[in-house]
Design a protein around this ligand. Sequence first.
Ligand code: HEC
Ligand code: HEC
Length: 289
Amino acid sequence: MAKKDKAPQVADTGHEWDGIRELTNPPPRWWMISLHASWIFCLVYLVLYPSIPLLHGSTKGLLGWTQIKEFKEAVAENDAIKAPYLKKVADMDGQALMADPAMRNFAESSAKALFGDNCAACHGAGGQGAAGLFPNLADDDWLFGGDFDTIVESITDGREGSMPAHEGMIEDAQINQMADFVLAAAQGKASKQGFIRFDENGCSGCHGEDAKGGVINDLGSGAANLTDGIWRFGGSREDILRTIRYGVNEDPADVPKTRIAIMPAFGEKLSPEAIKMLAVKVHQFGGGK
Ligand code: HEC
Ligand code: HEC
């Protein structure tokens, strides 16, 4: 009873449940302030920002804010931060770039996105390639060369290693002999006689007398090292026979089973700075040198 009498002077709404009356006390002050603050905020927001949906688009708001504008400002801000670094990349040679920890770090992190956008579709996210199709960039085994300048050249100009189809060029028996030779060479078991035949069949002209590849110039020729057990197109006897018979990058209209190995040129698509940064990353993939 005492409890019930505590606020007798406050008017009630006339509702009562088991002796509990509903009073007409005003809501607390903090609650009223929040209520008014929130509708004032809504009104101000409505006036300043795009808000009310119309048939085509929405009201623009006094501030002229748009998501696109905010995005562009963020990009411009980012570009401004990167500009001095990019200038440095342009001025530095490969050696200097890789020796400077801050610049190397910058190059590698920028190249991450570049590689994902331009290269990963073929070479894989980690540069691991795809067996028989796209070379592994992460094994430090190079067709054209793994030094910085050669990598830059591979990316800028593209690559298209070529090997003639030997079917019809040499006897089928010789083709089979050469496949056996390649299998043996990959295990370091090739005979002297084998190396002589390799030379007689004209293979050494590209793959080198020791079959270790890359002899046309110092930068490599794309001719694979046949002695390291690392296969570009596959190491089964069948795979090897196919490569010897039908060659690499012959015109597929003439030789449908030829191996296709075309690295597109990026010189027109990417800036020289972007290519340099990618080269740092690819060099890093390969374990560096
Ligand atoms: C359409 C597929 C494709 C794309 C995209 C591609 N590559 Fe290649 N890349 C290849 C092929 C195929 C080869 C091998 C060419 C050959 O054997 O003659 C190659 C070769 C290379 C080589 C030479 C490897 C060596 O052993 O000497 C480098 C370096 C390279 N690519 C880097 C890149 C980088 C960096 C990018 C992205 C900017 C890229 N590639 C994008 C297919 C591609
Ligand atoms: C005109 C140069 C040229 C001649 C001649 C040549 N090759 Fe090649 N060969 C290449 C190139 C270039 C490649 C690598 C293709 C690529 O990845 O772009 C290759 C790749 C190969 C491969 C694949 C290696 C792998 O890792 O999968 C084999 C096997 C091979 N050659 C064997 C031979 C044999 C055997 C002969 C002689 C009958 C021969 N080649 C003659 C240029 C040549």
